[in-house]
Design a protein around this ligand. Structure first.
Ligand SMILES: Cc1ncc(COP(=O)(O)O)c(C=O)c1O
Length: 409
């Protein structure tokens, strides 16, 4: 049974507004109607400060706790206290790096991959001022892949952290998180995984993979501008925290949330969980438990996106002068439907402008993965072109994009 696309599209009010085609989903996905409704409901019925004894305050706290528990279930975490909410992935990684800095010292090493969005690179690079050594794990081969075998040669007794992206927002390839994590653990280090470009496309399973830290942003996964950092409880307890001086050391996640997280957005984000369970049950029967429903939802999402990616990649691969930046296959086990390319002799900005005029949203640039784009020599002519698709896109929309691209390529 294919994905129930009409049901899925119906959940996104922005898709009803006009016939605009949205292919900038890795920039920010469209928002679920039920997420927006939850945020509104929170603001109008329980927007008071938590921690007091009156009933509204108790309700606000209950909702915040439910949000933490729900997000923990969404990403397969063992405990709600392992979920730290924050404004963005960038801010959460800066916060994590600041905390780690206070536990590391001269001689310690941090390995950072060459395919990071700047948010998982810059904060670690700053630690060099404290005598911590940054080691680069470069991308390799025609697909610019991260090879675990290369990582193995970089791990030493001094390695404390390995920071890498689950899916690069440029390349779209899925990195083998469980395999890398196991290798890093065997070397006595921890992983910090950027799951931002993965979260809308496949199910996150932090406990199953054994990751130490995993971060993503809800606005890339059908929710609001809000983010979550998962940290294994034992690691969070060991870090110093950055809340008030007197915040108890064992109070997680609170010791990492100075001023508290945004309540209404945390509550709103639960709508993502709710939607995915619904989608899984609609597509797989009612007998599934919550986790099975989530798995089913993402099975359908992956299969549908593979169809979209196949259509676009078949076209791009057949055109002279087009180079795909990342794997040129649509295989759902290899990549998600984030597809970047460059056209020989053409300015990427001009191509995107031509597509804009067809009421289709794609994008060009370096997407804050500047180090990757520069290392591949792709920064000139306004960077690369990126088409990032989500499960609510239709194959017919890809065909309209192809029709718009054909004359300019
Ligand atoms: C792969 C990846 N990581 C991190 C980020 C940063 O996320 P945020 O905007 O929440 O800081 C982005 C944003 O585009 C991204 O694509």
């Amino acid at each position: 049974m294919p994905l129930d696309l009409e049901f899925a599209r119906h959940q996104f009010p922005a898709l009803k507004a006009d016939d605009f085609i949205y292919f900038d989903n890795a920039g920010g996905a469209l928002v679920l109607g039920r997420v927006a409704e939850r945020i509104r409901d929170y603001l109008l019925t329980s927007s008071v400060q938590i921690g007091a004894s009156y009933s509204k305050s108790a309700l606000a706290l209950k909702r915040l706790r439910e949000a933490e528990a729900g997000i923990a279930r969404l990403i397969g975490a063992a405990r709600p206290e392992e979920i730290i909410m924050g404004a963005s992935t960038t801010m959460l990684l800066q916060m994590l790096a600041g905390n780690c800095a206070r536990t590391l010292g001269p001689g310690d090493e941090i390995i950072v991959s060459g395919s990071e969005h700047e948010s998982n690179f810059g904060p670690w690079e700053l630690l060099e001022t404290r005598g911590i050594k940054l080691i680069h794990w470069p991308v390799e081969g025609p697909d610019h892949a991260l090879e675990p075998a290369t990582l193995k040669t970089l791990l030493t007794d001094q390695t404390k952290l390995v920071c890498f992206t689950h899916v690069s927002n440029i390349l779209g390839a899925i990195n083998p998180v469980a395999e890398i994590t196991q290798m890093v653990h065997e070397a006595g280090a921890k992983v910090v995984v950027d799951g931002v470009a993965y979260a809308a496309h496949r199910l996150i399973e932090v406990a199953k993979w054994g990751v130490d830290f995993y971060v993503f942003s809800f606005y890339k996964a059908f929710g609001p501008h809000h983010a979550a950092l998962y940290g294994r409880a034992e690691h969070l307890l060991a870090l110093p925290g950055n809340n008030h001086k007197y915040t108890p050391h064992d109070k997680i996640p609170y010791k990492f949330q100075p001023g508290n997280p945004n309540y209404e957005l945390s509550w709103g984000a639960l709508g993502i969980l709710d939607y995915l369970i619904d989608l899984g049950q609609r597509n797989g029967g009612d007998n599934l438990d919550e986790r099975q429903s989530l798995r089913k939802a993402f099975e359908h999402i992956a299969a549908h996106e593979e169809g979209l990616a196949t259509r676009l990649l078949d076209f791009l691969n057949s055109r002279q002068g087009v180079s795909i930046i990342g794997p040129d296959t649509a295989d759902k086990n290899t990549r998600v439907a984030i597809i970047s390319f460059k056209i020989a002799g053409k300015d990427s900005r001009e191509i995107v402008a031509a597509v804009d005029s067809h009421n289709i949203g794609i994008r060009h640039g370096d997407f804050h993965a500047r180090r990757l784009i520069e290392s591949l020599g792709l920064a000139g002519q306004h960077g690369i072109i990126r088409v990032s698709m989500a499960h609510y896109n239709r194959v017919e929309e890809v065909d309209r994009l192809i029709a718009a691209l054909e004359p300019v390529i």
